[in-house]
Write a new protein. Structure first.
Length: 230
């Protein structure tokens, strides 16, 4: 376990960590567990070459991802009062009816137009548009349909299923409260940690793969300790 300010990181199996935690240790769990195997063996998501014949980056090849079952989700509901679970449509589990839809604004690509999360924060559906299509990324959290004009400001991809910091920023700004404790059982690229650091929220993040853990750790450290320009 390592702690950097309000960010606590575990390099461990999330199930081993969850079993040690008391009931309702966290206010909100935002998780993005793997729902199929393949990207981790290729080191990238989707086809090797895009429709425009651009070869996808090989981030890192890891062991087979562990696809969570009912035991994982039961533990998640035990330790967290509220949850947001990405990829809910791929899991055979009875989630609360609330849904969050992330519109990737990438209808011209071969990837999914959106991703869906289940939540017990509410019973309706909420939509967040943010462009996330190769080098085409949204401008900011409030102007997600507008492409970031300066590619140098794009987030560096270090994980095959990486999500943007802006997505987590929007989730936390709209649905988390001050002093809430946040949990992420599949840290991946660490985007949620940067969003939590920006909003001064406490996060516990767990990652099983040592290469992804180190990549996320370095990304978080760079954000926390690099000089800020005002």
């Amino acid at each position: 376990m390592e702690t950097f300010g309000n960010i606590t990181l575990y390099l461990d199996d999330c199930m081993d960590v969850l079993r040690t935690l008391p009931d309702k240790s966290f206010d909100l769990a935002i998780v993005d567990p793997p729902y199929f195997s393949g990207p981790e063996r290729r080191g990238f998501y989707g086809r090797e070459y895009s429709l425009t014949n651009v070869r996808r980056v090989n981030y890192h090849k890891s062991d087979k991802w562990i696809i969570p079952g009912a035991e994982y989700f039961a533990e998640l509901e035990r330790v967290a009062r509220y949850y947001i679970v990405w990829g809910c449509n791929y899991f055979d589990y009875h989630f609360h009816p609330g849904r969050i839809v992330w519109d990737k604004c990438n209808q011209s690509s071969s990837f999914s137009d959106c991703e869906i999360a289940a939540t017990n924060l509410f019973s309706s559906v909420r939509l967040f548009p943010f462009m996330w299509n190769g080098m085409c990324q949204g401008k900011n959290m409030n102007e997600g349909r507008i492409m970031q004009g300066n590619k140098k400001l794009n987030e560096k991809r270090i994980h095959p299923t990486q999500k943007p910091v802006a997505l987590y920023g929007w989730l936390l700004t709209n649905f988390a409260k001050d002093e809430w404790k946040i949990l992420d059982t599949h840290l991946g690229s660490g985007s949620i940690a940067i969003a939590c650091a920006k909003l001064d929220l406490n996060l516990t993040g767990i990652e099983l793969d040592p290469v992804y853990y180190q990549g996320a750790r370095e990304r978080i450290m760079n954000y926390l300790y690099e000089p800020k320009l005002f």
